[in-house]
Write a protein that binds this ligand. Structure first.
Ligand code: ATP
Ligand code: MN
Length: 266
């Protein structure tokens, strides 16, 4: 089976490997047969993406895509199984429908990503940005899915969940001790800013999972370093989201200004 992997190369995929990739994909499709996500799956696996998945399988990062965890607007997240039976999460940025206007402003303002132009490359850059942000956040002491590998538009990371399924989002959990979660997230935002010199930019109850009684912050592609012109505005938005959510579930929260002062130090 041959695929044209883009302008520069033609890669021959051995039939057995092709089968391994497609088996996983077929399984995914079967499960989604009755939903409109069927179409989504076809869109996700364009040739370039199939090649990227193939490479990651060959390099041993996982052997099969197990099931789709989420089909978002800009990408899909799958659970994947490794040879030893453990799981990883695989986030695949969709090449065809990713909205450029919405992502380019994050990338062009960030000095680490000057001069990226072509579409495919831009999507890969977006995946790389999430990978790097995950690394940076982890180094700053924030609990995130551990990044494992990024290749083109595919990101492999620690799977947050168990055999049954992914861990729930915080918005869907009835927390016993919401104050503790607020404290941890408050410190996470500060550590991110002070140690990591970065801002997540999309923190809300939709991007925090609850795993082993700890909050895990996900969805890092739009994160920026603090030199970014929008960094302070997005930091304020993150803070506002967190304050709004925790005050809604009954936690006594500080004012926005106090929390800003706490985070940026002083
Ligand atoms: P959305 O548009 O829904 O926000 P997205 O493309 O921004 O999606 P994420 O928010 O990173 O992607 O992930 C989508 C969903 O996939 C999450 O809500 C979560 O349920 C699940 N998920 C993400 N990362 C992981 C992970 N490492 N382990 C398990 N599940 C995950
Ligand atoms: Mn999200």
């Amino acid at each position: 089976m041959c695929f044209d992997g883009g302008v520069r190369r033609v890669v021959r995929i051995p039939d057995d490997v092709y089968e391994v990739v497609m088996n996983g994909i077929e399984k995914v499709k079967m499960r989604e047969k009755d939903s409109e996500d069927r179409k989504t799956c076809d869109e996700v696996f364009d040739k370039g993406t199939l090649l990227a998945i193939y490479k990651l399988i060959c390099d041993g990062y996982f052997k099969i895509l197990d099931f789709p965890i989420s089909t978002g607007k800009e990408g899909n997240v799958f659970r994947a199984v490794k040879d030893d039976g453990t799981y990883v999460a695989v986030k695949i940025y969709r090449v065809s429908t990713l909205t450029f206007r919405s992502i380019s402003r994050y990338i062009y303002g960030d000095p680490r990503f000057r001069g990226t132009k072509r579409r495919r490359l831009l999507i890969a850059t977006w995946a790389k940005k999430e990978f790097k942000n995950l690394m940076r956040a982890m180094d700053a002491g924030v609990r995130v899915p551990r990044p494992i590998r990024q290749w083109e538009n595919v990101l492999v990371m620690e799977y947050i969940g168990d055999d049954i399924g992914p861990a729930p989002l915080i918005k869907d959990v009835d927390l016993d001790d919401p104050e503790r979660y607020f404290e941890i997230l408050k410190n996470a935002i500060r550590n991110l800013y002070v140690n990591g010199k970065m801002v997540h930019g999309d923190i809300s109850e939709y991007n925090v999972m609850v795993f082993r009684e700890e909050p895990v912050i996900i969805d890092w592609a739009q994160g920026v370093v603090i030199q970014h012109p929008m960094a302070m505005e997005w930091l304020r938005r993150d803070i506002r989201n967190i304050l709004r959510y925790f005050s809604r579930i009954g936690v006594k929260v500080p004012s926005e200004e106090d929390m800003m002062r706490f985070v940026v130090g002083g």
